[in-house]
Design a protein around this ligand. Structure first.
Ligand SMILES: Cc1cc2nc3c(=O)[nH]c(=O)nc-3n(C[C@H](O)[C@H](O)[C@H](O)COP(=O)(O)OP(=O)(O)OC[C@H]3O[C@@H](n4cnc5c(N)ncnc54)[C@H](O)[C@@H]3O)c2cc1C
Length: 385
C-alpha cells in the first residue's frame, strides 16, 4: 500500500502529464468526435494506465487506491477519462479469471501498450440493466463458439484490439439460477470486425465512442473463453467493483474541477462593483459542493482500500459511485450557475465537463440499481425485482 507521499507524487506526475493536453485539446476532440490517441499512449507509456497489472506481467503492480488517484487527477485536469479508463480495469477479467496461458499472452502486451483491451460488451438494447436476460448467444461448434445477437453502447470498440464479451451459452430457462449459463470471451477485434461482427457508431451527447454491435455467426475460438463456460457472470461481476471505484474517483476529479473553476471565477468576476463570490448566495453552493465532493472521496478511499485488501466491497464501491456521481453533477450545476451566461460558451469548457459527468448517474450502473442493492443486500429489505 502506497503512503500519502507516494500518492502525492503519483498525483503530481499525472498532473504534469495532463498539462501537455490542455482543455483546448479536449474541446477539439469533443467537436470532431476524435479519440485522444496521443494522450492514451502517453498515459500507457508512462505506466499510469497499467498500474493494476502485476509486475510479473509487466505492469506497476499497484492497487485500486493508486489507480483512483490517477483517474481523479486526469479528470481534475479537465480531461475526459472515458476514452481511457477501461484499459485500466477490463484486463482484471483476464487477470482474475484467465488461464495462465491467456495471462502470459495478453497482460504483458497490454502493459506494453501493444494490445488495447478497452472494450467490454454487456449491455443489450432489449434487456438493459437486466443483464441475466441478455439474448446474445454463443453456440459451441467444434473448436469454436458461434455468436449471434446484438449489443448497444459498447464504448471504445473502434479504438481497441480486444473486447471482453458476455453471451449466453445456455438458455436462461434451462438454468437453475439466472446468473448461470452466461460465458465471457476475449474477442480479437482485428479478425472479428466485418467477419461476423458489424459495428455502428452511436451519435451521442458526449464524445464516448459508443457503438451498436451486430453479431451474425461470429466465430470465436474456444480457447478465447474466459473462465469456465457458464460462469461468465462472475467474470464480469468481479471486475465491476474496481470499475465502480475508478468511475467514482473520476467523478471526484470532475467535482474538484468544477469547484476549482467556480471558486476562482467567483473571486474574480465583478458585478455591481464587487466579486460575485462576496455574495453568500454564490459562495455557499460552491462551499457545499466542496464538502460533498470531499465526503464522496472518503468513500472512494474506503472502497479502494477494502478492494486492495481483498475484502468484499460491493456496497462501498457502489455507494462511492453513487455519492461521487451525484456530487459531481451538483458541482457541475453550481459551476454553470456561477459562470452565468459564459458557462454556455464552449471556450469555457464547463458545459463539456457538465455533459460528461452526467453519464455516471446512469452508467456503468444507474443510481436506482445501486439503491436497490443497498436496500436488499446491506439493509436486508425485501427484494424489489
Ligand atoms: C455513453 C455510454 C457508454 C456506455 N458504455 C458501455 C460499455 O462500454 N459497455 C456496456 O456493456 N455498456 C455500456 N453502457 C451501457 C450502460 O451500462 C447502461 O446504459 C446502463 O447500465 C443502464 O442500462 P439501460 O440504458 O439499458 O437502462 P434501463 O435498464 O433501460 O433502465 C432505464 C432506467 O430505469 C431504471 N430502472 C430499471 N429497472 C429498474 C428497477 N427494477 N427499479 C428501479 N429503477 C429501474 C434505471 O435505473 C434507469 O434509470 C454505456 C452507456 C452509455 C450511455
Amino acid at each position: 500500500m502506497s503512503t500519502a507521499s507516494d500518492l502525492g507524487s503519483i498525483r503530481e506526475s499525472v498532473k504534469q502529464l495532463c498539462e501537455s493536453y490542455g482543455e483546448d485539446y479536449w474541446l477539439e476532440l469533443d467537436r470532431t468526435r476524435g479519440f485522444p490517441t496521443a494522450f492514451v499512449k502517453e498515459l500507457t507509456d508512462s505506466g499510469f494506465l497499467t498500474v493494476l497489472i502485476p509486475e510479473e506481467y509487466g505492469g506497476a503492480g499497484l492497487g485500486v487506491m493508486e489507480a483512483s488517484v490517477v483517474m481523479e487527477q486526469v479528470c481534475r485536469s479537465g480531461a475526459h477519462a472515458g476514452a481511457c479508463h477501461a484499459q485500466m480495469y477490463v484486463m482484471g477479467s483476464v487477470l482474475r479469471h484467465g488461464s495462465e496461458a491467456q495471462k502470459q499472452y495478453y497482460l504483458p502486451k497490454i502493459a506494453a501498450g501493444e494490445l488495447r483491451l478497452q472494450s467490454f460488451g454487456v449491455t443489450e438494447p432489449t434487456t438493459g440493466t437486466d443483464t441475466t436476460s441478455l439474448k446474445t448467444f454463443a453456440r459451441r461448434d467444434g473448436d469454436d463458439y458461434v455468436v449471434n445477437g446484438q449489443k448497444v453502447w459498447i464504448s471504445r470498440i473502434e479504438h481497441s484490439d480486444l473486447m471482453v464479451l458476455l453471451a449466453r451459452t445456455t438458455p436462461k430457462e434451462q438454468t437453475k439460477k439466472k446468473t448461470e449459463g452466461l460465458s465471457a470471451f476475449i474477442v480479437d477485434l482485428g479478425t472479428a470486425v466485418n467477419n461476423g461482427l458489424t459495428i455502428k457508431p452511436i451519435e451521442s451527447m458526449i464524445n464516448h465512442h459508443s457503438c451498436e454491435l451486430f453479431f451474425d455467426d461470429l466465430r470465436i475460438p474456444a480457447e478465447n473463453l474466459l473462465g469456465k463456460e457458464g460462469e461468465g457472470f462472475k467474470v464480469i461481476l468481479d471486475g465491476m467493483n474496481a470499475e465502480r471505484i475508478l468511475i467514482a474517483a473520476e467523478c471526484v476529479g470532475d467535482g474538484r474541477y468544477f469547484v476549482d473553476k467556480a471558486s476562482k471565477y467567483a473571486s474574480e468576476r465583478e458585478v455591481f462593483g464587487r466579486p460575485i463570490g462576496m455574495n453568500q448566495g454564490v459562495q455557499f453552493p460552491i462551499a457545499r459542493c466542496y464538502a460533498d465532493i470531499e465526503a464522496a472521496w472518503l468513500m472512494v478511499e474506503k472502497a479502494a482500500k477494502m478492494f486492495d485488501e481483498g475484502l468484499a466491497c460491493g456496497a462501498e464501491a457502489n455507494m462511492a459511485k453513487m455519492l461521487a456521481s451525484e456530487a459531481s453533477w451538483r458541482a457541475g450545476d453550481v459551476c454553470m450557475q456561477t459562470f452565468g451566461g459564459f458557462a454556455f460558451a464552449k471556450e469555457y469548457h464547463i458545459e463539456r465537463k457538465f455533459r460528461e459527468t452526467r453519464l455516471y448517474q446512469i452508467a456503468p450502473i444507474s443510481t436506482n440499481l445501486i439503491l436497490s442493492f443497498v436496500a436488499e443486500h446491506v439493509l436486508k429489505m425485501p427484494r424489489s425485482f
